[in-house]
Design a protein around this ligand. Structure first.
Ligand code: COA
Length: 167
């Protein structure tokens, strides 16, 4: 492995600010998230803390200049019968995209999800988010749901796709 290749590891508390920054950078593009205004580190603390390694891990990719990407599992639904199903979110810093990092992180999450008691992964992706759909579908995810015009980004109706796979 090249010395410059980002290393994938579990997220640590000190990663929160960078995780939020990578997420916030995608908001203006209206492609990755239905969040419309930037989130703050403070408001994201409970969400970050809910990423426990035993059940809902978050991993980050760290290169020579620090953390450049993250992938996290969260509850898909609060009801007990969905305990083994997790929503997966994956964000790569724009400068680090197109180099295989998103794929590595997704492979890592797929490989390690069973150890966290997760047997199904579901990604929520805008239907016109080609990079994300390409990433998931290239790794065996299928379109399990299509919800037309359920989001509105600045007056622009957006379709939501649920991509899922069992692991
Ligand atoms: C989607 C995202 C995570 C991909 O990360 P990445 O590091 O650029 O992806 P990779 O270089 O590992 O590419 C993996 C696959 O993604 C797809 N992909 C990546 N960029 C793409 C693009 N611009 N157009 C179409 N497909 C693309 C391809 O299928 C690619 O497969 P390949 O390896 O056979 O070429 C990244 O674009 C991103 O962070 N986007 C913003 C956040 C987001 O939309 N997250 C998804 C919602 S949870």
């Amino acid at each position: 492995m090249c010395a410059q290749t980002p290393e994938i590891r579990l997220a640590r508390p000190e990663d929160l600010a960078t995780v939020v920054a990578i997420y916030n950078a995608t908001i203006p593009g209206r492609m990755a998230t239905a969040q419309l205004v930037p989130v703050t580190v403070e408001e994201r603390r409970p969400w970050f803390a809910a990423h426990t390694p035993d059940r809902r891990p978050m991993w980050v990719a760290e290169g020579p200049d620090g953390v450049v990407a993250w992938v996290g599992l969260t509850d898909f639904h609060e009801r007990a019968a969905y305990a083994a199903t997790a929503q997966i979110s994956i964000y790569v810093d724009e400068r680090a995209r197109g180099q295989g990092l998103g794929g590595r992180l997704l492979d890592h999450a797929i490989a390690n999800a069973p150890a966290a008691g997760v047997t199904s992964l579901i990604g929520l992706v805008f239907a016109d988010n080609a990079p994300s759909l390409g990433l998931f579908e290239g790794r065996g995810f299928e379109r399990w749901g299509h919800m037309p015009k359920v989001a509105d980004t600045d007056g622009d109706p957006r379709d939501l796709v649920y991509v899922g796979r069992h692991v």
